[in-house]
Design a protein around this ligand. Structure first.
Ligand code: CP
Ligand code: NVA
Length: 304
């Protein structure tokens, strides 16, 4: 089997790939705003296999694929033979003979790695317990769109050191910015993924926010960890991004949240619905950046 480029982690691409993707997403966003058809993927089929809920990822991939002239199908484990125990490796062998590209949202990261190892079609991580690269791709695009460059900036991540946070950490090394993470004891990034040049653990979330260029957060309880909700609600109580925390950041700091959000838990309504919040454009940018990503994985670098 020839080597296929998958996108399972943010670190699967280097800065040159991201420079291309950011520029390409900008072109695709501009074309869509102008109502210009852009159909480079006619006849191509995307399959989505989702074992967790989704609004943004599902809708943006489906809409994006159809806007590119292709089509998309949505599958869950319960409506395929996966739900009856078919091996993920066998599903990969079959599906890649029928479709051109696959997005998977699942639990353990090893599941998507096993699929990718048996797939001749590129596989995109639509979220695993460990990483959410498509989210941070859109987040970095959104930051650059508002503030030109993220190099040398300070991003404060407040709350759970979850899949999105770990992806931000990979992005920090590639885009050369500092990620300050403030999580309750027991919920920190594990030492093996630390990267001292681009990562700083900060105990007090207010210290993490102070002087930062961007504050980002996410739910206290990610999908798959629902049994821990009660305990997490207590332990994360001091980690809400509220107006006082935003005031400690730079005056032009942005606020991001991958959504879905819980107002009154990880973020106060006054922040997510306030002037520094870019969450709606951040969500919209999932569409443009993922169209660029799918096109890149299938066609490589192209011009018009
Ligand atoms: N941010 C994000 O991935 O949202 P969904 O879970 O709705 O896809
Ligand atoms: N960390 C969250 C992100 C949801 C888009 C989760 O995994 O549930």
């Amino acid at each position: 089997m020839s080597k296929v480029q998958h996108y399972l982690q943010f670190s699967d691409f280097g800065l040159a790939d991201y420079d291309y993707l950011m520029a390409r997403a900008r072109v695709l966003k501009t074309k869509r705003a102008a109502g210009t058809l852009h159909q480079t993927l006619q006849g191509r089929v995307l399959a989505m296999i989702f074992e967790k809920n989704s609004t943004r990822t599902r809708v943006s991939f489906q809409a994006g694929m159809e806007q590119l002239g292709g089509s998309a199908m949505f599958l869950t484990s319960s409506d395929t033979q996966l739900g009856r125990g078919e091996l993920i490796e066998d599903v990969a062998e079959v599906m890649c003979r029928m479709v051109d590209i696959v997005v998977i949202r699942t639990f353990e990261h090893s599941i998507i790695e096993r699929f990718a190892a048996h797939s001749r079609a590129p596989v995109i991580n639509g979220l695993t317990d460990d990483f959410h690269p498509c989210q941070v791709l859109a987040d970095i695009f959104t930051y650059i769109e508002h503030r030109a460059s993220i190099k040398g900036k300070t991003v404060a991540w407040i709350g759970d050191s979850n899949n999105v946070c770990k992806t931000w950490l990979q992005a920090a090394a590639i885009f050369d910015f500092k990620l300050r993470v403030s999580s309750p004891p027991g919920y920190e990034i594990t030492a093996s993924t630390e990267n001292s040049k681009h990562y700083e653990r900060v105990i007090d979330p207010h210290d993490a926010a102070r002087g930062s260029d961007l504050i980002a957060t996410d739910v206290w309880t990610s999908m798959g960890f629902e049994d821990e909700t009660e305990e997490r609600t207590k332990k994360f109580a001091d980690f809400q991004v509220d107006r006082d925390m935003m005031r400690l950041a730079k005056r032009d700091a942005l606020f991001m949240h991958c959504l879905p959000a819980h107002r009154g838990e990880e973020v106060a309504a006054e922040v997510i619905d306030g002037p520094q919040s870019v969450v709606w454009v951040e969500a919209e940018n999932r569409l443009h950046t993922q169209k660029a990503l799918v096109e890149y994985l299938l066609l490589g670098k192209i011009k018009d």
